[in-house]
Design a protein around this ligand. Structure first.
Ligand code: GTQ
Length: 358
């Protein structure tokens, strides 16, 4: 890189003068905006569920779901304080619905995923269909669909929310509105979308114009069983163990247009090979425990120790290695579909130096 241009009184006076005309010298800015490689502000971070849960329950006694609209503790990345984001491009939060509560119906252009952490049998209603939530389920609220959440069970229900709020913010394309009633009318039986679209088949003549998968709920049992069967052939990916991608059955693409979702299994004792990619990733541990060593571009390492229900973040272009102390299953999500569509996504496997592109 070229050295920073020298500062002279003439130049300084000139910069000041052009600033009043809303002009700026690129040669003073270039090094800060066109970087040789990513320098994310996002920090590696971990939220232990045992720490978060009591605080979430405390929120449950401070405010109702109805008053809060969404009773969510934002998982705010310490590198993005005050910005309500878990990575530069994504939002994450822990949402609590207590027995008898309804989080009122609304819709927004932001897409949401729910990854169920605790409780059983509460529902989220999307587009006239109630979707029952069970631990480990991945559930989708597509952009601009009415959704309300309700809990008619005896126990609190907690899930991890992932939304593309910062992406929609970047484009200034946010729209939101309240439904005139607390809950939307239900027009189809629970599980209807999974029955129609989630069996490796599609109804004849089915045309789907939306960009999001028509399946609202991907129950945990299915990918879990796939991983269990697949492990028998011992074809481990050195960087990921066994890693599956949730797909939209209509086109084989990601289940959501802006957020990629994944589930992986690593057998007890596995240490994955170093891996980095341009999509900062949010992990939610489901089974097992282990640790992830995350190494930044400056070579500094952080060790994140995780167990079931913990959430952790690996920032963009940070090399990481997982060590599974017991058979471990991780759910994860990132903005990878967006990066791929824009031709920006890169990965680097192993320790080789370079920028991941020949
Ligand atoms: O459930 O609709 O975590 O609108 C943030 C914004 C959840 C939701 C969040 C939302 C929702």
């Amino acid at each position: 890189m070229e050295a920073q241009p020298a500062q002279t009184p003439e130049r300084a006076a000139y910069y000041k003068r052009i600033d009043s005309r809303n002009l700026a010298p690129l040669w003073e800015r270039l090094r800060g905006i066109v970087l040789k490689e990513p320098q994310p502000q996002t920090l590696p971070a971990l939220w232990r569920y045992d720490d978060v849960r009591p605080m979430l329950m405390e929120a449950g006694s401070l405010i109702t779901a109805a008053e809060a609209e969404r009773r969510v503790l934002v998982l705010e990345n310490p590198g993005h304080k005050g910005q309500s984001r878990v990575t530069n491009s994504l939002f994450a939060g822990m949402q609590l619905i207590l027995p008898g509560e309804i989080a009122p119906a609304h819709r927004h252009t932001q897409s949401a995923l729910r990854f169920v952490i605790e409780g059983s049998g509460a529902f989220t209603a999307v587009d006239g269909e109630k979707t029952i939530m069970e631990p480990g389920d991945f559930i989708i609220t597509p952009s601009w669909t009415w959704h309300d959440h309700g809990n008619q069970t005896e126990r609190p229900m907690v899930w991890l929310d992932g939304l593309d709020i910062p992406i929609v913010g970047l484009f200034n394309t946010t729209f939101a509105e309240q439904y005139p009633h607390k809950a939307q009318p239900i027009g189809r039986p629970p599980g209807d979308s999974l029955a129609r679209y989630g069996s490796g088949m599609l109804p004849l003549g089915f045309e789907h114009k939306a960009l999001t998968s028509p399946i609202f709920r991907y129950p945990y049992a299915r990918p879990r069983e796939s991983l269990e069967k697949m492990r028998r052939v011992e074809e481990w990916d050195p960087c990921h163990g066994l890693k599956l991608r949730f797909v939209n059955p209509v086109d084989g693409g990601y289940a959501m247009p802006t957020i990629g979702t994944f589930m992986q299994l690593m057998p007890k004792g596995m240490t994955t090979a170093p891996y980095r990619s341009t999509d900062a990733t949010v992990f939610s541990a489901i089974e097992g425990h282990g640790r992830t060593t995350v190494t930044g571009i400056d070579g500094e390492s952080v060790v994140l120790e995780w167990g079931p229900r913990d959430v952790f973040v690996v920032p963009t272009w940070h090399s990481h290695q997982h060590e599974a102390a017991a058979d471990a299953v991780l759910f994860s999500f990132s903005d990878r579909p967006v990066q791929e569509k824009l031709g920006l996504w890169r990965e680097m496997r192993g320790n080789t130096a370079g920028n991941g592109r020949a």
